[in-house]
Design a binder for this molecule. Structure first.
Ligand SMILES: *Cc1c(COP(=O)(O)O)cnc(C)c1O
Length: 374
């Protein structure tokens, strides 16, 4: 016997979701975003599963240099983009050795890259700040960055990139119009006499699904889908993952490890945060915040017990949650429970807990064993 909690990672669903991204990408190259251990799904298995489908027009986008090197050492040959570039100049020889494409996001980084005189030619991405105000060249710095890069013999092509702050916001949100305008203004500063336009890399999942104009503006550039590959909607309040044709990759499954009848007035769990209004049967599930289930999920958060939708009761503990078994008379010790995934989107749990699926998927802890399928 072992603790029944585990995740199933469905690699066929991952490939299916990449196919949906491709349908929207209109021929653009696809950076499959696999940062943060492939959003908690396991980097090596996801990279390997996507290798064939990415083919000639795809690669992996990561944050972590060590992970990128590990992918190369495992024999994967696709391009790899480092979304935060490098942190110190002493990483640059490694980038050359392992053929990793850096995002350069400040003039200091451009200068350091140019000064490095690397032994191999590398493509670079130049990130432009168009309103997110995290990373990226300021308005007006692009011409200088390009002039600097022109002096470096170890550069193999430049792609311009930006990141949208509001591609996932509701109909009342600012959307992407302002950032697209600022992007165009920055590009217009460059005297491109006789030169081809630089390829662009703009869209995350939300923009890819919602704003095809960002793909068309890129004219055969690249897109950067992350969350949609894992089967979650970037804007779940507007459109569910199922409506977008996406399939969940991760299913978090456990079992009832106890069942009890409580009488009206009994309180459940820490702080007695739930009080029974009538006599009822409850189940105890082996899964808690020590596994990555969100502690802020309140009473009423949906749970599937034996395939039937029911609700969480009271506070989430480190190792356990309590669920309502009203209307599920067959429930007994050993009955399967799905916390999220197949039949219950992680987006619903995230919304109930006041967060986003990204956080839940990344936060799964290492004590949860993984079963790979597909
Ligand atoms: C994480 C990330 C993405 C992917 O975003 P999703 O919302 O998961 O599609 C794209 N671009 C950059 C720069 C990122 O950091």
């Amino acid at each position: 016997m072992h603790r029944p909690l585990h995740t199933t990672i469905d690699l066929a669903a991952l490939r299916h979701n990449l196919g949906i991204a491709r349908q929207h990408a209109e021929g653009a190259g696809i950076w499959a975003v696999l940062k943060a251990n492939a959003y908690g799904h396991g980097l090596p298995r996801c990279a390997e599963a996507l290798a064939d489908s990415l083919g000639e027009t795809g690669g992996y986008a990561l944050i972590e240099l060590e992970s990128a090197i590990a992918l190369r050492q495992s024999g994967l040959r696709q391009p790899i983009l480092l979304l935060e570039g490098f942190y110190a100049a002493d990483e640059l020889p490694l980038l050359a050795e392992y053929r990793l494409t850096p995002v350069l996001h400040s003039l200091e980084q451009v200068q350091a890259f140019v000064a490095a005189r690397l032994p191999a030619r590398l493509p670079v991405y130049l990130k432009l700040n168009t309103g997110m105000n995290r990373l990226g060249l300021n308005a007006g710095e692009l011409p200088q960055a390009l002039r600097l890069l022109e002096t470096a013999p170890h550069i193999d092509g430049i792609t311009l990139m930006t990141h949208f702050s509001d591609a996932d916001s509701g109909p009342a949100g600012p959307g992407i119009v302002g950032q697209m305008r600022r992007l165009a203004a920055q590009i217009d500063q460059i005297d491109r006499a006789g030169q081809p336009a630089w390829p662009l890399c703009l869209a995350n999942s939300a923009a890819l699904l919602r704003y095809p104009e960002t793909i068309r503006a890129a004219q055969g550039g690249w897109v950067r889908p992350g969350i949609m590959l894992y089967g979650s909607s970037p804007f779940p309040e507007q459109q569910t993952a199922a409506e977008l044709g996406l399939r969940p990759v991760m299913t978090l499954t456990s079992e009832l490890i106890a069942v009890r009848d409580i009488t009206a007035g009994e309180r459940v769990g820490y702080g007695g945060a739930f009080t029974a209004e009538r006599d009822m049967r409850i189940g105890i599930v082996a899964c808690g915040y020590g596994d990555g289930y969100p502690r802020h999920a309140p009473t009423g958060t949906p749970v599937l017990v034996d395939g039937q939708r029911t609700r969480l009761l009271g506070r989430v503990s480190m190792d356990k949650i309590c669920v309502d078994l009203t209307g599920i008379p067959q429930a007994a010790i050993g009955t399967p429970v799905i916390l999220w995934g197949e039949g219950l989107s992680v987006d619903e749990i995230a919304m109930a807990a006041g967060t986003v699926s990204y956080e839940l998927l990344c936060a799964l802890t290492t004590r949860v064993p993984v079963v790979e399928i597909g």
